[in-house]
Write a protein that binds this ligand. Structure first.
Ligand SMILES: NC(=O)c1ccc[n+]([C@@H]2O[C@H](COP(=O)([O-])OP(=O)(O)OC[C@H]3O[C@@H](n4cnc5c(N)ncnc54)[C@H](O)[C@@H]3O)[C@@H](O)[C@H]2O)c1
Length: 174
């Protein structure tokens, strides 16, 4: 039986492109999945028919009451909600990006207060790209997130998040 079977898992930003694939995989492995999203860039359509199987917490996770409600009773939280816009976004939208600090704080504090056992945080491969290259002695592959994600989701009972460099960044295994 899959590690995920029956586990209570929250995906913040679960309506996003990446988040919805994480949700799909978790549901496929039998997890009881909740999604917390304000649908600012995420879309219900990304969740497709799965939407009926999910508990949805709609709202801004910077609001601590919402974060607490979403994290309550969860065993594992995948934190993907972010004000995010791809390359160049940080330079052009510095205030918007800075609000992510408040968002992360709100989610992490709620996880701590509600006794969530494990938190998986989706950062950007750009945060540690040089170090990665140093460690594995290879140039960055420069693959797009879509193809990286497809490759990363092949494992059975194992969920892998990949960055743009097509390398495993974090995983939770059974
Ligand atoms: N797309 C990439 O190439 C890439 C690469 C590395 C990491 N990531 C990370 O993966 C995650 C998902 O990325 P994506 O490309 O699918 O982007 P996205 O912008 O579509 O995902 C962000 C999600 O968070 C939700 N959200 C934003 N602010 C929120 C708030 N205050 N409260 C609740 N929900 C909120 C949005 O509605 C959306 O569903 C992000 O954390 C991103 O930084 C993405």
């Amino acid at each position: 039986m899959s590690f995920w079977h029956g586990r209570k898992v929250l995906v913040t930003g679960g309506a996003s492109f990446i988040g919805s694939h994480v949700v799909e995989r978790l549901v496929g492995n039998g997890a009881q999945v909740s999604v917390a999203d304000d649908f600012s860039s995420g879309k219900r359509e990304n969740l497709g028919a799965l939407v009926d199987e999910l508990t949805i917490f709609e709202g801004d996770l910077k609001v601590s009451d919402l974060a607490a409600a979403a994290c309550d009773g969860q065993e594992i939280v995948f934190h993907l909600a972010a004000d995010h816009g791809g390359r160049g976004y940080v330079d052009l939208h510095q205030y918007a990006c800075a609000t992510n600090l408040g968002l992360d704080q709100s989610v992490f504090a709620a996880c701590l207060a509600r006794g969530v056992g494990k938190v998986v945080f989706a950062s950007s491969g750009r945060a540690h790209e040089s170090r990665r290259r140093q460690l594995i002695g290879e140039p960055a592959a420069g693959m797009g997130a879509r193809s990286s994600l497809r490759q990363g989701l092949k494992g059975d009972g194992r969920l892998v998040l990949l960055d743009e460099g097509q390398r495993q960044r974090a995983f939770v295994s059974g």
